[in-house]
Design a protein around this ligand. Structure first.
Ligand code: ADP
Ligand code: MG
Length: 142
C-alpha cells in the first residue's frame, strides 16, 4: 500500500490509524533518511495505541517501553547502534517475540536480525513534489 502526505499532521494521522489497528505481537519496521518523518509516524502510532505521554526518539537508550496504552509499546531507534550484539543486550528478541507492539526506527541497520514476519514501512521524500511531501509504503512481509 502506498500513501502520500503533504504535512507532518497527515503522517501523524496515518500513524494513529496504524496504531488503532495494531495487534499484539505485531512488529513494525521504519526505514527512511534522517528527518523524513519516522518519529512523527511513531508518535501517531503511539497515540493510536492510547499512549498520551510524549514519545521521542530514545537517544541514550536503544529501546523505550510504554505500558499505558491498549498494548505495551516497544519503541526502538537503532540509529546509533555500533555492534549488532548491542541488540541482544537490550533484549531485542524478547521484545519482538513478546505480546506488545514493536516498532524499530532505522530497521535497515539491523536487517539480519529482523523477524521475517513484519510490517515494513518506508518513508521517502520527493523534492519535486514539495518540501513536505512524503511517500509512505506499507508492506506485509512473511
Ligand atoms: P526521522 O525520525 O525520520 O529522523 P522526524 O520525524 O524526527 O524524522 O522529523 C521529520 C521532520 O519533517 C519534522 O520536522 C516534520 O515536521 C517534517 N515534515 C514535513 N513534512 C512532513 C510530512 N509530510 N510527514 C512527516 N514529517 C514531515
Ligand atoms: Mg527519528
Amino acid at each position: 500500500m502506498i500513501l502520500e502526505t503533504n504535512s507532518p499532521e497527515e503522517t501523524f494521522r496515518i500513524g494513529v490509524n496504524t496504531g488503532k489497528m495494531a495487534e499484539a505481537g505485531q512488529v513494525f519496521t521504519l526505514t527512511g533518511d534522517l528527518g523524513v518523518g519516522k518519529t512523527v509516524f511513531t508518535q501517531g502510532l503511539a497515540k493510536g495505541l492510547g499512549i498520551d505521554e510524549p514519545v521521542n526518539s530514545p537517544t541514550f537508550t536503544i529501546v523505550q517501553v510504554y505500558e499505558e496504552g491498549r498494548l505495551p509499546f516497544y519503541h526502538f531507534d537503532v540509529y546509533r547502534i555500533g555492534d549488532i550484539e548491542e541488540m541482544d543486550e537490550v533484549g531485542f528478541e524478547e521484545y519482538v517475540e513478546g505480546e506488545g507492539v514493536s516498532l524499530i526506527e532505522w530497521a535497515n541497520l539491523i536487517e539480519e536480525i529482523l523477524p521475517s514476519k513484519r510490517t515494513e514501512i518506508t518513508i521517502e521524500k520527493d523534492l519535486e513534489k514539495g518540501f513536505d511531501y512524503r511517500k509512505i509504503t506499507i508492506e506485509e512481509k512473511e
